[in-house]
Design a binder for this molecule. Sequence first.
Ligand code: BG6
Length: 480
Amino acid sequence: MEHLVQKPFPDDFLWGAATAAYQVEGAFDEEGKGLSVQDAKNFSNPVHNTTVTSDHYHRFREDVALMKSLGLKSYRFSIAWTRIYPDGVTLNPQGIIFYNQLIDELLKQGIEPLVTLYHFDHPQALQQAWGGWYDDRMIDYFARFAQTCFNEFGDRVSYFMTLCESNNVVLYPDLIGGVPEGVAVEAWRFQVSRIMALANAKVITLCHEILPQAKIGPCIGYAVAYAATCAPQDVLAAMNEDEFRTFYPLDLLCLGRQNPTVVSFFAQRGLDIRLAEHERITLKNVRPDFIAFNYYQSDVAKYCPLASQETQPGFNADGQKGGFKYPHFPGLYAGDSNPYLQRNDWDWEIDPVGLRIACRKLYDRYQLPLMITENGLGACDSLIGGEINDVYRINYLQQHIAQMRLAISDGVPIWGYYPWSFMDVMSTSNGYHKRYGFVYIDRDDQQLKTLRRIKKASFYWYQQVISSNGKQLFNQESCK
Ligand code: BG6
């Protein structure tokens, strides 16, 4: 649909930016913090690990001052579970002090906090004891942590997100500690989806009881699936991808229903994934206030015959274009590249229109307001003459914001937009080789250097976007 007139961004639109604790804070073992699965995982690299990252833990006041200068209306950050409960059980008051200081500093500068309760970093102690999210006990551990956050921070925080990308962590088990030995990956995926959905429900219920004014929602990563061709079998493959990868987990989180196609697929493979009646009721009784979703790219799906070889999804680990291995799920779908789109160096296809499509699909299915809680371009930035001219990032973001505005004009309620990332952070897959921030951090994967903060060209551009409430999107003249 083409609009004759576009809607403006609402006056209270939350122009934001995002980070996550283990990728930005450093100080992985300071002031009582326990070891998280991310600390344990990243130790293989001597510099690119969670010891320092962007040193936000020690420099948060300087960073919040930069947010203020950017004009941010809201900042999305995650609370490290292991600062509050180092082993999952014992409370660490120093962790509470840190987040109180951060929240107070944000509010002092007029910046609304959006708190992610879980961003891939549960206590390593719970991983070792129970296999992490593969065990039902995680529901109560997580609820205890969330309840503490509501009690301690809820007088000042109005927006919470439960679990970041619960659909993607089941696709990439290594992100959150891996599959326990002897367990089939598909059985693990179903079990973790179920446990995370129950944990999400419990925590949303708690939040609504303790903080009736606050808003809380789940978070998913959504790469919209397009059919490789208009051959009906490819169309069905794209439907399979959307349903298995996004809608099955999100239906559990928002509607308390199980997609029958997914149930039947697993039943044929000897796995009964039907929820118990009391679990179904628990999930059905919970209604989130919004859906948070992270959008970077779209996907292409094509027919994948039952007899083909299975390939699990992988990463392009070095930023050399063409290195990405597409997944093959026999009987469901196989991934492919999109000849109509450009890609970044990690083969993530750049698709601004896909963001509008994602907004429309999500709102039509769930009828909940949306928050776009991650969106951004990973690139190798160059510091030349003290400046970073990341015009490619400006291009990416302006195209996506333009499509977000079209989605709003289509009638989709969108509360906020949080590009990934406020500052350079340790990329989940590529350390500091792949950067996303508006603020450059002077370090790389080999050396810590000065850790100085340097505003990129995109910083000055986003400043104009925010101050004009999205009107000065394409006015390059306004950028430094
Ligand atoms: C998101 C995660 O899925 O992707 C972030 O929530 C992550 O934690 C981001 O950093 C980008 O991924 P990567 O691998 O490029 O860092």
